[in-house]
Design a protein around this ligand. Structure first.
Ligand SMILES: [Zn+2]
Length: 258
């Protein structure tokens, strides 16, 4: 039994690494508007990367962080994203073993959600943009899976409407200065994922996290560090925290207040 559990964890970790690798490829191709079906190439010398130089994390270490052909440094973003995705997938399994009813479909859904959130995070962080095909396409997918898993369709729809209008209003009032159009779509996706109650918690958390990071950035004034971080990144982090700990946070809060 212990061996089986260990094997499951290992499997999820490897899946996470592979999804991380896919995320890196997808993010780059969407931005450069390249086909998804071409082989990976070095962004510097454009030489195709051999499969044995494209193994998550391992290749980065074996190649001593440089391209085999042109010796240009490979961005640390690639292995970092792969590793974090591996750990997050392991976390999902741990969560369902420890805090929730074990369900394969729920685990698959949550891993896919993490993939989408991580994608939006990386894309918004790097390019200050949100890819609509990803947010809107995945909203529909997660609506259907969650419906199948017994979530309330009404709560999801209200959540999506509230989430989207929250940012749409700010967009209209500020004429697009406070928030971008992408945030409206992220708000929509958050509503589908969380339902309207947890959505409110997630929005509140996003502003708290954003506030702390802004203070940190202002105080540290590190050179070369971006002074502005896209709001979509805070939204994805807040959504992740709320998805897994939202009900616990609310219970704790209400026990504290009442
Ligand atoms: Zn190269």
């Amino acid at each position: 039994m212990i061996l089986l559990i260990f094997l499951l964890y290992f499997l999820l970790f490897v899946f996470g690494l592979i999804f991380g690798s896919f995320l890196n490829a997808l993010e780059w191709r969407l931005y450069k508007k390249k086909s998804l079906w071409t082989r990976s190439e070095c962004p510097n010398c454009h030489k195709q990367i051999n499969w044995y130089d494209n193994i998550p994390v391992l290749s980065f270490l074996l190649l001593k962080t440089k391209c085999r052909n042109c010796k240009e440094k490979i961005s640390w973003q690639y292995p970092a994203v792969e590793l974090v995705m591996g750990l997050l997938f392991v976390f999902v399994l741990f969560y369902y073993f420890s805090f929730a009813d074990f369900s394969i479909l729920s685990i698959i859904r949550d891993c896919l959600v993490i993939f989408v959130l991580a994608f939006v995070f990386v894309y918004d962080f790097k390019y200050m943009e949100v890819s609509d095909s990803v947010t809107l396409g995945s909203s529909l997918l997660f609506f259907l899976i969650s419906l199948f898993l017994g979530a309330s369709w009404l709560s999801m729809i209200i959540g999506a409407v509230v989430g989207a209008s929250f940012f749409l209003l700010q967009f209209i009032v500020s004429k697009g200065k406070w928030v971008g159009g992408g945030d409206i779509r992220i708000g929509f996706l958050m509503g589908i994922l969380l339902g309207w109650k947890l959505l409110l918690l997630a929005l509140w958390l996003a502003y708290i996290i954003g506030g702390f990071i802004s203070i940190f950035l202002v105080l540290s004034k590190k050179k070369g560090m971006k002074n502005e971080v896209a709001f979509g990144t805070y939204l994805t982090v807040a959504t992740f925290i709320t998805m897994f700990f939202g009900t616990h946070i609310l219970e704790w809060y209400f026990r504290l207040v009442f």
